[in-house]
Unconditional design. Structure first.
Lengths: 695, 688
């Protein structure tokens, strides 16, 4: 690395009030109890765990982050594997729980090549394997004696699982399956941990028995030799190449040329083949499988608040340190104004600050509902009862939360991950020019997060499921057979009140805001129902309407969850009255800012009047910005993201923005080891021989 | 090495079949439309001539660049930049020819600042004698220069720059000095590792008459300074320079930091066409018109506006071709049919087609911006400064809006590609990374909208002053008309038929922009609200004004054209309507509030937009073909002209991916990373 700068440079300080002074002043002007708020958000236990792990991980050289942005792909992946190995060693030494390993990975801040083994491979073996298969595969996998991944997506097919092309053909004569890739588009693609790391894969393939297709099923297939780590014969496997982000993960491709695997390799907890007869036994409880997806999506909702919090923490702290222009109306000698005092910066950052709280509370609410429902389903599915669990399409009316929860999780996953992903980019741009530097800590994090918007259900495709559910509920309500859940309630209450009109007092009453969001959702639902059932419009022509409907419904869910959380007794107990008032202000900012942005829908559904929208825009939102502004730094501090995890010059909690940018540029930047020959007619590129930096 | 995968083909219908059918179903004349868009300034001829020259050079192959470390990527970029410069001599390329080559190779060149801002600044800001000395050195590449304005602590606010240039009357020199860390130059392209000279912008400090030892700042001025040794290429004594490190994009550019420690430069270093310091007396001569100093910034903004169409066209080309080929799910109303082309989903169309229309809107506005810039330059050269403020406002507003449309558009297209959009084969990764600098450089997109609003407030104030005299220009005339009508009746209903008459769409956009301008005028000038409290509204005003320019220019270009065939004209009119009405729908509330659209029309916009998309759908592939973007520039498996998407993706993963030449040791209890290397992990750790 480059030699240190001369003394006259070392002696220089940033001009004007120092970043540390500015942040100290910010913290002094807010009286909210940050520790109490942190505990409410994360629990004391999680905060202690984070601190303990931080002390353990940060000093380890292998976890150094300084070169993350400069390395080539090959070297990055090698280092990433070294990190993964070290983490696993530490997990073993310290007997970490899954939560601890997960928290450690979060602090490291990038995906590792063990990622899919530790998550999807183990989960799938555990949930879909029979007890015998647990012995053969799961136990070895838990000890990392075999390393696996989950191979579903193909080159030609993602969301549409039924369209997968890989085949698994049952051979009765020797009781084996033949796994085959008939076309190039059948190649498995995007499979995390598969490219260079895994030696096994759970492969989703179309099951054929006697020429008949039984749909996609999971098979455990060994793909690499356990000794040489080379691909087995007739298996073709590799990494798919550089990506927008996620470059520390070896996403892989995989092709099979008629590879035989034994009977035991088809995961058989739910559906299986009788070995001797070749008879196919149907899945007993499809809804349990279905539950996993709901859990995964609810988790994405819960995490989205934290993801956004990283960007907002960085941008808000930097906006407090960065000063630009004098206020046009200020005294001529006033210093430059903190960027965070500009309304056009506030209007970008503070609604996102409110969103991260909104999403966090919503995610919490979802996980709680999921848990309650799982318990209920387990009770219902216990032996002795022959009632079949509800499948995705065949829900009995009044049957329960599951349908509501499933639809809700689809829509919220789409809204939450879009809000977080796009919010990060808004934060990056709000940092001005320095946001473009990798040292901002936002760009690469954003790039790593972006696939969340398309995986576990593309955000646009998912909205169809929400719409389908809402239409179904509306039909049920109209025919008087509605289920007992919140969706039916808001639809009914809309019908009851439709003739009288809405007249919600959104500017004064928090509860009325929630009702206005419900009203708009119900209105759009019945509009869509009219298009579909009365006007007989094609499904395809309504997709844009459905997408808007789903967005409206999810925004309602967030507003309702946020409102319930800030009004809950738990929150009142945990927080002092002033902090509680501030939480209500965040709620209103999220809700009214959303209402303002979607003004046309609120207005045309009759949920609010034009006058109310105008007042929201010109007065209410502006007042909320003023109210929240003094607490902005405290509100991001409360999220308690360690500096090491942020890995950002701009977002440091001590405000030493410029010192850190300069230190990294001059001391951690290998480009400055190179002295170039700049002249075009000299073919030589370098004037010096730099220290070797290649592996 | 041959293997069983060589014989595998994609499932049917494959890409080439699909694209052939797409091209067969449209009567758009690609050739005519391509000529219409790109031939007037020789662009197409140049592209055709230069592309084969580049393809012959292995150095310009883009196959492996995404895998390189930052130092290696930068070295590759410098090697390419050198070769491009040598080819310029070899083929006697004009500057436009060179720009074409640079555009096709698609690296931000480490020589960029030398060839643009450095030479432009000397040409425009240096005195005659300075030009005579420096221009030959620059044009013969005896020296290589950069442009050092932005600092660590200051960007948009040029007056806040901290670097000092203090006049020493004794030695007749300026002393460059960085008093703080935030005074460090920062972000200055071509300077980090390459340039040996730079324009340096510093506060000019002159001795205060009658108070010895005290200095008065005359504001920021430009100096031309040697910063590196011509032999060793090391920074001179008293200068510290380096590259600022990795960025979101722009890996091929050596953006710099630079600090000075009482570094002395001669009197002749200050560029003195417009302002100067008398070397004998130390007395300062002011520029007659301060705005002239920033002429080159306007030039850069105008260029950014003009270039945005090609950037967005690239993204849209990839998105349209791939979503036509990609199939996903059966139609719910036809469950036994084949999987449908993703481009037939309205949820995909609504993301891509408005952007397809936007490429054309950007095209006509880019041309208009360019001609306004040129005519204003001519006026200024002849001493007429009246149109300067208009051009400055127009370029600021359009830079903000157009770069936002293009940057967000790239990302919207990338996401519309589904999972493969995230992969290196999408062709949108480097484009996204590099282009996302645009919303914050050369004037932050949010900050510069204040300049547009300030200009419009001034215009509105003038119009209110004398509403019945003729307006000095089109904007003012429109404002006066608005004021006169306003006095007439307060409760009109919108008289515009935006669904029936194209001309009315234009008027509706003008109406909304004018009404917003009046609101802002009223709040700032009459109600004396603080500037800060109005910033959000000022931003909205700038956007409304710029959208009105885009819509109006698009409409006028189509009305004035007499060369296009009627089939092409029909589809261009639909694109115009889609662009305008989609924009209107998104801003529906603003249009409605100021009576620029009726509620009935507003409610029908979304159906009308969907109808327009249906009309455009059959022509989508041919419309993007008309932008004539070569596969070499696209560098995209998904957007290839021939549609061989999956073969190309597989080829990139399988054959071009260096990671697949390494076998890893996956066992966590063994430190070894590369199988058989026996490195025990020390190889990795020792580099840390």
């Amino acid at each position: 690395m480059p030699s240190p700068p001369p003394d006259w440079v070392k002696a220089l300080k940033p001009s004007g009030p120092q970043g540390s002074e500015l942040l100290a002043a910010e913290r002094a002007q807010s009286n909210i109890n940050i520790d109490k708020l942190s505990e409410l958000l994360h629990t004391k236990e999680a905060l202690d765990r984070q601190q303990k792990l931080l002390t353990l991980l940060e000093p380890e050289k292998v976890f150094d982050k300084s070169q993350n942005h400069t390395l080539g792909r090959v070297e990055r992946l090698q280092r990433s594997l070294a990190k993964a190995k070290r983490l696993q060693q530490l997990a073993e030494q310290n007997k970490w729980s899954m939560e601890e390993l997960h928290a450690a990975n979060e602090l490291i801040g990038e995906p590792t090549p063990y990622g899919l083994h530790a998550s999807m491979f183990l989960v799938t073996l555990r949930e879909q394997g029979s007890p015998e298969q647990h012995k053969v595969f799961l136990q070895r996998a838990e000890k990392y004696e075999i390393i696996g991944c989950y191979a579903q997506t193909e080159l030609g097919h993602g969301s549409n699982v039924r369209g997968l092309e890989t085949t698994a053909t049952w051979n009765q004569e020797d009781q084996t399956f033949t796994i085959n890739s008939p076309t190039l588009t059948a190649s498995k693609w995007w499979i995390g941990s598969l490219g260079r790391t895994a030696n096994h894969a759970v492969v989703m393939a179309q099951l054929f028995i006697g020429g008949k297709n039984f749909g996609p099923h999971p098979f455990v297939v060994q793909v690499r030799d356990l000794e040489t780590h080379q691909p087995l014969e007739n298996v073709y496997v590799g990494d798919i190449g550089p990506k927008f982000g996620y470059n520390t993960m070896d996403n892989g491709f995989l092709l099979f040329n008629n590879v035989k695997i034994p009977h035991i390799n088809m995961l058989a907890r739910f559906s299986r083949i009788e070995k001797d007869t070749g008879k196919y036994i149907r899945p007993a409880l499809p809804s349990l499988v279905y539950g996993t997806l709901t859990w995964v999506r609810s988790n994405i909702v819960l995490q989205s608040g934290g993801v956004l919090a990283r960007g907002v923490t960085i941008a808000t702290r930097y906006a407090a340190v960065r000063r630009q222009f004098q206020d046009r109306d200020a005294e001529p000698n006033a210093g430059e104004n903190q960027v965070l005092n500009y309304k056009m910066v506030q209007v970008r950052l503070l609604p996102l600050l409110a969103s991260m709280y909104a999403l966090h509370f919503t995610g919490r609410g979802m996980m709680q509902l999921y848990q309650e429902n799982q318990d209920r389903m387990k009770a219902a599915a216990s032996p002795g009862q022959n009632s079949r669990g509800p499948g995705p399409e065949e829900l009995r009316a009044g049957a329960d939360l599951l349908a509501d929860l499933h639809a809700t999780s689809c829509g919220l996953k789409a809204l939450a991950s879009t809000t977080a992903g796009e919010g990060l980019e808004v934060c990056r741009r709000a940092c001005g020019g320095h946001g473009y530097s990798s040292y901002s800590g936002i760009g690469s994090y954003y790039a790593d997060y972006l696939p969340t918007l398309t995986w576990e259900g593309d955000n646009y495709m998912l909205t169809q499921q929400v719409a389908r559910y809402l239409l179904k509920s509306a039909r049920a309500v109209l025919s008087g057979k509605s289920a007992d859940n919140d969706t039916s309630r808001i639809l009914k209450s809309y019908l009851d009140r439709r003739d009288k009109g809405a007249s919600f007092d959104v500017l004064e009453e928090d509860k009325d805001i929630v009702d206005a969001f419900a009203w708009r959702t119900a209105h759009l639902t019945f509009e869509a129902l009219k298009h579909r059932d009365a006007d007989k419009r094609s499904w395809n022509s309504l997709l844009v309407d459905f997408w808007r409907l789903s967005t409206a419904h999810s925004q309602y869910m967030v507003v309702r969850n946020f409102y319930e959380s800030v009004s809950s007794p738990q929150l009142s107990q945990a927080l002092d009255p002033e902090t509680k008032t501030l939480m209500h202000a965040l709620f209103r900012l999220y809700a009214l800012h959303t209402l303002e942005r979607e003004a046309a829908e609120f207005f045309s559904s009759g949920a609010v009047t034009v006058r109310q929208i105008t007042l929201t825009r010109t007065t209410a939102v502006m007042k909320l910005l003023d109210e929240i502004r003094p607490h902005a730094i405290s509100l991001v501090d409360a999220w308690a993201i360690p500096d090491w995890q942020l890995d950002s010059s701009l977002g440091r909690s001590d405000g030493k923005v410029y010192e850190d940018l300069f230190r990294r540029a001059s001391q951690e930047n290998p480009v400055n080891d190179l002295v170039f020959d700049p002249y075009p007619w000299n073919e030589a590129l370098l004037k010096n021989q730099p220290p070797k930096s290649k592996l | 090495m041959p293997d069983f995968t060589d014989r595998l083909r994609p499932s049917q219908p494959d890409g080439p079949t699909t694209l052939a059918r797409e091209r067969g179903q449209s009567n758009v004349s690609v050739n005519e439309l391509g000529q219409h868009l790109l031939s007037s300034d020789g662009f197409l001829e140049r592209q055709t001539r230069i592309l084969p020259i580049l393809r012959r050079e292995p150095l310009f192959s883009k196959e492996k660049q995404q895998n390189l470390s930052r130092p290696d990527r930068f070295k590759l970029a410098l090697a390419r930049a050198k070769l491009l410069r040598r080819l310029t001599d070899q083929y006697k390329w004009s500057h436009d020819d060179y720009k074409m080559a640079e555009y096709l190779v698609d690296d931000v060149s480490p020589y960029f600042l030398h060839m643009e801002m450095f030479v432009t600044t000397v040409r425009e800001q240096a005195s005659k004698a300075q030009r005579a000395y420096w221009m030959p050195l620059i044009e013969s590449w005896k020296i290589i220069g950069a442009y050092g304005q932005t600092e660590l602590g200051h960007g948009s606010n040029v007056r806040g720059l901290e670097l000092e240039a203090r006049w020493d009357n004794r030695t007749k020199e300026f002393v460059l000095h960085s008093p703080t860390l935030t005074a460090s130059k920062w972000w200055n392209g071509s300077l980090g590792r390459i340039a040996n000279h730079s324009i340096v912008v510093a506060q000019l400090l002159l001795p205060k008459a009658g108070s010895p030892g005290q200095y008065l700042s005359q504001g920021p001025h430009q100096f031309i300074v040697q910063v590196r040794d011509m032999k060793t290429h090391q920074p001179l004594d008293g200068v510290v320079i380096g590259d600022i490190g990795p960025k979101y994009g722009y890996a091929t550019m050596d953006n710099a930091y630079m600090l000075f420690d009482n570094f002395r430069i001669p009197h002749s270093a200050m560029l003195s066409r417009y302002s100067s310091v008398n070397p004998d007396t130390g007395v300062y001569t002011k520029p007659e018109r301060p705005a002239l100093v920033y002429g080159s910034l306007t030039y850069v903004r105008a260029n950014i506006v003009h270039h945005a169409r090609l950037v967005l066209a690239r993204a849209v080309t990839i998105a349209v071709r791939y979503t036509a080929i990609r199939r996903q799910f059966q139609d719910r109303d036809d469950k036994n049919g084949p999987e449908i082309s993703v481009l037939d989903y309205p949820t995909v169309q609504i993301r891509i087609f408005p952007l397809l229309a936007t490429t054309f809107a950007l095209h006509y506005t880019g041309l208009a911006m360019r001609s306004v810039y040129q005519s204003t330059r001519q006026d200024v050269e002849q001493g007429d400064f009246r149109s300067l403020a208009h051009m400055h406002s127009m370029s600021s507003g359009l830079k903000s809006l157009c770069t936002m449309l293009a940057a967000d558009g790239i990302e919207t297209c990338r996401r519309a590609l589904g999972g493969h959009g995230f992969g290196g084969g999408s062709g949108l990764i480097q484009l996204n990374n590099d282009y996302l600098s645009k919303p914050t450089v050369e004037g932050d997109n949010w900050m510069i909208t204040q300049q547009v609003a300030a200009y419009l407030i001034k215009k509105m104030a003038a119009a209110v002053e004398s509403p019945s005299t003729p307006g000095a220009d089109k904007t003012e005339a429109g404002f006066k008309e608005f004021i006169q009508n306003k006095q007439g009746s307060e409760t009109r209903h919108s008289g515009y038929d935006v669904l029936g008459k194209d001309q009315d769409i234009v008027k509706s956009f003008e109406m909304r922009a004018t009404a917003l301008a009046y609101d802002v005028y009223e709040q700032r000038v009459l109600k004396k609200l603080s500037w800060t409290s109005l910033l959000i509204q000022l931003h909205k005003l700038s956007k409304a004004q710029s959208q009105s320019i885009l819509v109006g220019t698009f409409y006028e270009a189509l009305s004035a054209d007499s060369t296009l065939s009627s089939s092409n004209k029909i589809i261009l009119r639909d694109l115009f309507r889609l662009f305008a009405l989609y924009t209107m729908e998104n801003e529906g509330y603003e249009f409605f509030c100021c009576n620029a659209v009726s509620q009935a029309d507003l409610n029908n916009l979304s159906a009308r937009v969907q109808d327009l998309m249906t009309r455009i759908r059959p022509h989508a592939v041919k419309l993007v073909d008309s932008w004539m973007i070569p596969d070499y520039l696209l560098d995209s498996a998904l957007g290839r002209y021939d549609g061989r998407v999956y073969e190309d993706l597989y080829n990139r993963a399988h054959r071009l991916n260096p990671l697949n030449r390494i076998t890893f040791n996956p066992n966590y209890w063994e430190e070894e990373i590369v199988k058989g290397s026996g490195d025990n992990g020390s190889g990795i750790l020792s580099k840390l």
